[in-house]
Design a protein around this ligand. Structure first.
Ligand code: SAM
Ligand code: SF4
Ligand code: SF4
Length: 338
């Protein structure tokens, strides 16, 4: 294995694989209905990477140092037979951990097959536990209890310590912070609050709508006393806290107010095979064409390694010095998977 590092000496350790551009939700901060309505044309099947192509790419990434995978989307559970992909990926030499990020709506019926196929960990995105706010954030008339039930079932069937990710938008789901903590506090699961980010161009991001880590902590500390925990490993994105009284842990992902680019080891593949080195990138490097043109493993591996070696991304650290970031074309979150 040849481990590679970028211009700031950051190795490539993680690969996030977006397996589809489709989703059953229309979260206002990710796929607003006005844009992704009935008339929107999602990619035809032949433009998506096949499971064999994803497997081949992942082997090449594993040979360059990647050991952790995250399956995401769009909504990964709307990709048919996703468990077959997980099964293939779990057999790759060097891959030690496979996680999935899902909105949880289709999760319950897939739990057992995902587990037996080799999925190690789950992150469920959940912005509120009351139906009114949940439906407002996801812009669908779905019942939040279906997601809560799936989390409970997953806990009982092999998925311990599920991460519950909640994007916080000022004045939209602020009140959900305490509700989520209260609901999950005495479970093994870890609620993590995410600062609303300016990913992509379509969500019309506005700094005024961001609730910063400091604001979030203030809200929590009105009700619960917190103490800070050390990171589990170098490069962990969440700032960890535990409750002074009672068990449980929470996290805050402060990509806007306290960025963590210096330790960013994450690479990404879009559903149509673009290699992307930063969540805020303007474009990706096409790996699907070289694969379909029958380039050798060594040739494709060189394309990946050359791109990582010149990587100097640190968008979140320099966001405030950039002019007109909202106008510059960026890849959308549902294409990158978070
Ligand atoms: N559909 C799956 C889900 O929602 O878990 C996986 C893909 S989704 C794009 C991955 C994560 O990105 C979710 O946790 C979602 O909340 C988060 N996300 C999407 N847009 C965001 C934004 N503008 N700021 C912060 N997080 C965002
Ligand atoms: Fe779908 Fe996830 Fe985006 Fe929500 S955040 S629209 S669930 S891809
Ligand atoms: Fe990594 Fe880019 Fe996010 Fe910085 S802004 S942490 S480089 S993905």
């Amino acid at each position: 294995m040849k481990k590679i590092t970028d211009k700031f000496n950051r190795p490539m350790r993680d690969l996030r694989i977006s397996v589809t551009d489709r989703c059953n939700f229309r979260c206002t901060y990710c796929m607003p209905k006005e844009v992704y309505g009935k008339a929107y044309r999602f990619l035809p099947r032949e433009e998506l990477l096949s499971f064999d192509e994803i497997e081949r790419i992942t082997k090449l990434f594993a040979n360059l140092g990647v050991s952790k995978l995250r399956i995401t989307g769009g909504e990964p559970l709307v990709r048919k037979n996703i468990e077959n992909l997980i099964s293939k990926l779990s057999k790759i030499n060097g891959i030690t951990d496979i996680a999935m990020t899902t909105n949880g709506y289709l999760l319950k019926e897939k739990i057992n097959i995902l587990k037996s196929s080799g999925l190690n960990r789950l992150t469920v995105s959940l912005d509120a536990i009351d139906n009114a706010t949940f439906q407002k954030m996801s812009d669908q008339k779905f019942d939040v209890n279906k997601v809560l039930d799936a989390i409970d079932y997953a806990n009982k069937n092999g998925f311990k310590q599920i991460k519950i990710n909640s994007v916080v938008k000022k004045e939209t789901n602020e009140h959900a912070i305490i509700d989520l903590i209260t609901y999950f506090k005495d479970t093994e699961n870890i609620v993590r609050f995410i600062e609303y980010m300016d990913v992509g161009n379509i969500n019309g991001w506005n700094k005024e709508e961001v609730l910063s880590m400091k604001d979030i902590i203030n809200i929590i500390e009105n009700k619960f006393e917190l103490s800070k925990l050390e990171p589990n490993y170098i490069g962990e994105v969440a700032n960890r806290y535990r409750f002074k009284n009672g068990k449980g842990e929470i996290g805050i992902i402060s990509s806007v107010s306290k960025p963590f680019c210096h330790s960013c080891t994450r690479s990404r593949i879009t559903m149509d095979g673009k290699f992307v080195t930063c969540l805020f990138a303007n474009e990706g490097l096409d790996l699907r064409k070289p694969i379909r043109d029958d380039l050798t493993d060594a040739e494709i591996s060189k394309i990946i390694s050359d791109a990582w070696t010149i990587r100097d991304d640190r968008y979140s650290e320099i966001r405030n010095n950039l002019n007109n970031t909202s106008k510059k074309k960026k890849i959308e979150m549902f294409q990158l998977g978070g």
